[in-house]
Design a protein around this ligand. Structure first.
Ligand code: CAA
Length: 405
C-alpha cells in the first residue's frame, strides 16, 4: 500500500510532467487508502479502546506500515515524502473515527519528524528519522509545563551548558505520546538572562538515564492516546542533539507548532466531517411522524449548516497546507484554520448528537465520542484564545492575510 501511494504521489509530483488529473487521482487514492485503514482497522475496537484507555499500539503499527508515521519525511530517511496537503487528507479520514490515532500521528509528524529533519544535524537524522518514519519509534514534543502552557516562554526546565553536553532538569506536562515515545524534543532554558533567546530544543532519547514518566492521564476525549508528564532529572544530553543553533529552541517550538496547527486543524475537520456523515446517514434511516427525519426542516437545516461549515473548514485547512507546501508564509493561515475548524468540530459534533437524539448519547453510535474528542482541538497546540492572539497580531501589524499573495 505504501508503495502504491508513494508511486502515485511521485507521479503527480513530477512538476511539469504531472497533469492536474494525476494529482487529483493521487489525492483520491490517498484518501481512499486512509479511509480503508480507518474503517477496516481503526473503527473495530475504537469504542472499547476509548472506554478502557487502551493505547492503539497495533493500529499505530499499521499506520507506520502505510507510511503515515513519516508521511512528510524525505524517503532518504525512510519517510514517504508526501506534502502537507497529503498529510491533512490522511489525517481528516483518520479523525472521522479515531482521534487518539490521529493525534499520535499529528504530534509525531509535525512536532518531531518535521522539526528533526529541518533543524537536526545529519548524524541524529540518520540515527532517529528512519525509526520514527516507520512508526517503530514514536516521538513526543515536550514544551508545556505545569506553569508554562499558553505562556510558552516561561520555561522552568533547564538545560545547563556543561561544555560538551547539556544537563537537563525539569518536568513537562500534557505530553502526547509521553509514555510510549522513544525520543522527545525537549524545550528548555539554558540562559535565563537571554529570555526566549536563551532557550534550546534538544532531542532526548527516552532510554537516557534520568528520564521518567508520570501516570497516563484519564481524559475527557482522545482517551486511548497516551498523555502524561515527562520528568528529567540530571539528564546528560550531547551537544550534537541540539536542534538548530544555540538559543533557537523557542523558535523551533513556534515554527513546528505553525505546522502542528495545520495537523490539528485537519483533525478538527475530520471530527466535523465524521459527525456530519454519521448524522446524515442516520437522518435517512430514522423515521418520525411517518417520514425520514431529514424530511423535517428542523433536521434538514441542521444538516445544511453542518455541510456548509465542514466545506468552509476544509478550504481553510487545505489552503494553510498549500501555503506551507508552496514555501509561503503560513503561520496566520494555520492559526485561522485551527481556530475555525475546531469551532466547527465542536458545533458539528454537538449537532450530530442532537440529530441522533437519545441514540447519540450512547457510545454505540460514535457521535458522543466525537463530541468529547472535539473539545481538545480548541485547547492543544495553542488554545483558541492563543490563535486569536496570533491572528490579531498579524492583522494589526498590517500583515493582512490576503487570499492571493
Ligand atoms: N515563527 C517563528 N518565530 C516566531 C513565531 C513563529 N510563528 N512566533 C513568535 N516567534 C518569535 C518572535 O519573532 C520572537 O523572536 P524575536 O524576539 O527574536 O523577534 C519570539 O519568537 C518571541 O515571540 P513573542 O514575543 O511573540 O512571544 P510571546 O511570549 O508573546 O508568545 C505566543 C507568543 C504566540 C503566545 C506563544 O507563546 C504561543 O504560541 N503560545 C502557545 C503555546 C502552545 O501552542 N502550546 C501547545 C503545547 S504543544 C501541544 O499541545 C502538543 C501536543 O502534545 C498535542
Amino acid at each position: 500500500m505504501r508503495n502504491t501511494i508513494q508511486q502515485n504521489y511521485s507521479l503527480a509530483a513530477e512538476g511539469a510532467r504531472a497533469s492536474e488529473l494525476e494529482a487529483v487521482q493521487a489525492a483520491v487514492e490517498l484518501a481512499t487508502a486512509a479511509r480503508d485503514l480507518t474503517q477496516n482497522e481503526l473503527k473495530p475496537g475504537v469504542i472499547d479502546r476509548d472506554r478502557d484507555m487502551t493505547h492503539p499500539t497495533e493500529q499505530v503499527k499499521l499506520m507506520g506500515e502505510m507510511g503515515f508515521m513519516g508521511i512528510m519525511t524525505d524517503p532518504k530517511y525512510g519517510g514517504t515524502g508526501m506534502d502537507t496537503l497529503s498529510y491533512v487528507i490522511a489525517l481528516e479520514e483518520i479523525s472521522k473515527v479515531d482521534n487518539s490515532c490521529s493525534v499520535i500521528m499529528s504530534a509525531h509528524n509535525s512536532l518531531v519528524c518535521w522539526g528533526l529533519e529541518k533543524y537536526g544535524n545529519e548524524e541524529i537524522k540518520e540515527k532517529y528519522l528512519p525509526q520514527l518514519a516507520s512508526g517503530e519509534m514514536i516521538g513526543g514534543f515536550c514544551l508545556s509545563e505545569p506553569e508554562a502552557g499558553s505562556d510558552a516562554t516561561s520555561q522552568q526546565t533547564t538545560a545547563e551548558d556543561k561544555g560538551d553536553y547539556y544537563l537537563v532538569n525539569g518536568t513537562k506536562n500534557w505530553i502526547t505520546n509521553g509514555k510510549k515515545a522513544g525520543a522527545y524534543v525537549v524545550i528548555a532554558q539554558t540562559d535565563r538572562e537571554a529570555g526566549h533567546r536563551g532557550i534550546n530544543a534538544l532531542l532526548i532519547d527516552a532510554s537516557t538515564e534520568g528520564v521518567s514518566t508520570g501516570i497516563k492521564e484519564d481524559k475527557l476525549g482522545i482517551r486511548s492516546s497516551d498523555t502524561s508528564s515527562v520528568m528529567f532529572s540530571d539528564v546528560k544530553v550531547p551537544k550534537s542533539h541540539r536542534l538548530g543553533p544555540e538559543g533557537f529552541g523557542f523558535k523551533y517550538a513556534m515554527k513546528t507548532l505553525d505546522g502542528g496547527r495545520i495537523g490539528i486543524a485537519a483533525q478538527a475537520l475530520g471530527i466535523a466531517a465524521g459527525s456530519y456523515e454519521l448524522a446524515l446517514a442516520y437522518s435517512h434511516e430514522r423515521k418520525t411522524f411517518g417520514k425520514p427525519i431529514n424530511k423535517h426542516q428542523a433536521i434538514a437545516f441542521k444538516l445544511a449548516d453542518m455541510a456548509m461549515e465542514v466545506e468552509a473548514a476544509r478550504m481553510m485547512v487545505y489552503r494553510a497546507a498549500w501555503l506551507k507546501d508552496q514555501g509561503k508564509e503560513y503561520a496566520t493561515a494555520a492559526a485561522m484554520a485551527k481556530l475555525f475548524a475546531s469551532e466547527v468540530a465542536m458545533k458539528s459534533s454537538i449537532e450530530a448528537v442532537q440529530v441522533h437524539g437519545g441514540y447519540g448519547y450512547v457510545k454505540e453510535y460514535h457521535v458522543e465520542r466525537l463530541m468529547r474528542d472535539a473539545k481538545i482541538t480548541q485547547i492543544y497546540e495553542g488554545t483558541s484564545e492563543i490563535q486569536r492572539l496570533v491572528i490579531a497580531r498579524a492583522v494589526t501589524k498590517g500583515d493582512v492575510y490576503l487570499p492571493i499573495d
